[in-house]
Design a protein around this ligand. Structure first.
Ligand code: FAD
Length: 324
C-alpha cells in the first residue's frame, strides 16, 4: 500500500538525481475493462516511472437512433472513470497517480464531488486544465455553472484546500493532505493566445495562483522548450517546467499534430517522415527523433520528461530502452 502521505510532484523531482520520466494513460472506453490498461502500465514499470497521469475527457453530444426511426441528441462520456482509474493505479503500483481535472463539460459542483472522492482516496496530486472544447463547438464554451479557465478551477481547489466548500461552508473535518497541482504551458503558444507575452501573462497568473509546476505541450524542436524556459524565468516563473514529448506513430500525425496542437515539426523531421512509405516506417522515424530529443534533454540536465504515450506505448518502450 502507498504510504499515507504521497509526495508532491516538485518534492519527487527534488529527491531525484539524473533524468526521470512520467507518462499518461487514458481511462478505458466505456464498456471496456481495466486489465488492458494495467498491462500497458506494466510494460513501462521496469524503467521506474516517477508517477502516472490519467487524462480526463469531457462528454460529447451524439445522435442515437431510437426504435421509432428517429434520432435523439444525447450527451455521453465515452471515457468516464478518471478518479477510479487514478485510485486503482496509485494503490496497485504504489506510485503517485496524477488525475487531470478539467473545466470543460464539468460544473463546479461536479468538480467538488470529484475533489471529495480524491481526498477520500488519498490522491493529492492533480493537473488542472481548462480542457478541450466540445467536438460540436467551434470554440471552448464553459458549462453552465462551470469554469472558463484553469485559473478559476485553481481557485476552487485552493478554497477546498483551505477547508471550504463551494457555498462557503466550512468542512467539518479538515482533511489532512492538501492537493498539490500543476498546470499546462505552451512552448509554441496556446492556439487561442493573441501572442506569447499574453500566454506567459496567464501562465504566470496560474503559478502565482498556486500551481507548483508546469507540464508543457508537446514540441519536436528542443530549442523551443529551452527558449520557453528562459522566457518563463525572465517573467518570474520559477517552478519546475517538465517537458512533454510525443513519439509520432503514423504518417497522418505529420499534418494532424500541427493542426490540433499548434506545434511545428522541424524541416529535417518532416522531410524524413515524408520519405516514409507506411506508418511502420513513420513510427521508426518517430522513435529515432524522440530518442534524439530525450538524449539532448538528458544532457542538458532536465530533471524529468513527460511522455505523451497514448497509442505510442511500443515507441515509448523503445525510446526508454535506448535512453534510460
Ligand atoms: P487555460 O490556462 O485556461 O488557457 C487557455 C487560453 O486562455 C490560453 O490562450 C491562455 O493564455 C488564456 N487564459 C488563461 N487564463 C486566462 C484567464 N484567466 N483569462 C483570460 N484568458 C486566459 N485536455 C483535456 O480535455 N483533457 C486532458 O486530460 C488534457 N490534458 C492535458 C495535459 C497537458 C500537459 C496539456 C499541455 C494539455 C492537456 N489538455 C487536456 C489540453 C488542454 O486542456 C487544452 O490545451 C486547452 O485548450 C487549454 O488548457 P489550459 O489549461 O492551458 O487552459
Amino acid at each position: 500500500m502507498l504510504s499515507k502521505s504521497v509526495k508532491s510532484i516538485p518534492e519527487i523531482l527534488d529527491s531525484q538525481t539524473g533524468t526521470c520520466f512520467s507518462f499518461e494513460v487514458l481511462p478505458p472506453l466505456k464498456g471496456k475493462g481495466i486489465d488492458r490498461l494495467f498491462g500497458s502500465i506494466e510494460e513501462l514499470l521496469p524503467w521506474n516511472p516517477l508517477y502516472i497521469n490519467i487524462t480526463t475527457h469531457r462528454s460529447e453530444m451524439v445522435y442515437k437512433s431510437t426504435p421509432d426511426g428517429l434520432y435523439q441528441k444525447v450527451t455521453e462520456r465515452s471515457r468516464p472513470g478518471t478518479v477510479a482509474v487514478a485510485a486503482a493505479i496509485q494503490h496497485r503500483y504504489n506510485l503517485p497517480a496524477v488525475p487531470h481535472m478539467i473545466c470543460s463539460g464539468y460544473t463546479r459542483a461536479e468538480t467538488e464531488y470529484a475533489l471529495i472522492d480524491l481526498n477520500f482516496l488519498g490522491i493529492t496530486n492533480l493537473l488542472l486544465l481548462r480542457g478541450d472544447k466540445a467536438k460540436h463547438d467551434s470554440s471552448f464554451t464553459a458549462s453552465e455553472g462551470g469554469h472558463r479557465h484553469a485559473t478559476e478551477l485553481q481557485q476552487q481547489v485552493n478554497q477546498f484546500n483551505e477547508g471550504f466548500f463551494l457555498d462557503g461552508t466550512r468542512m467539518d473535518i479538515v482533511t489532512g493532505e492538501k492537493f498539490s497541482y500543476g498546470v499546462a504551458g505552451y512552448p509554441e503558444k496556446h492556439a487561442e493566445s493573441p501572442n506569447m507575452d499574453m500566454d506567459l501573462h496567464w501562465l504566470k497568473a496560474k503559478v502565482d495562483g498556486g500551481a507548483e509546476y508546469i507540464v508543457t505541450q508537446m514540441f519536436f524542436d528542443n530549442s523551443k522548450y529551452y527558449d520557453f524556459v528562459k522566457r518563463c524565468r525572465d517573467n518570474g516563473i520559477k517552478v519546475p517546467i517538465i517537458p512533454g514529448i510525443k513519439p509520432i506513430i503514423n504518417l497522418r500525425q505529420l499534418t494532424l499534430l500541427p493542426q490540433v496542437f499548434n506545434v511545428d515539426l522541424p524541416q529535417e523531421f518532416a522531410t524524413e517522415l515524408l520519405k516514409c512509405k507506411d506508418d511502420q516506417e513513420a513510427k521508426a522515424v518517430g522513435v529515432e527523433w524522440c530518442t534524439r530529443q530525450v538524449k539532448d534533454l538528458q544532457e542538458k540536465g532536465v530533471k524529468s520528461i513527460h511522455f505523451y504515450s497514448h497509442n505510442a506505448l511500443e515507441s515509448v518502450k523503445r525510446i526508454l530502452e535506448r535512453t534510460f
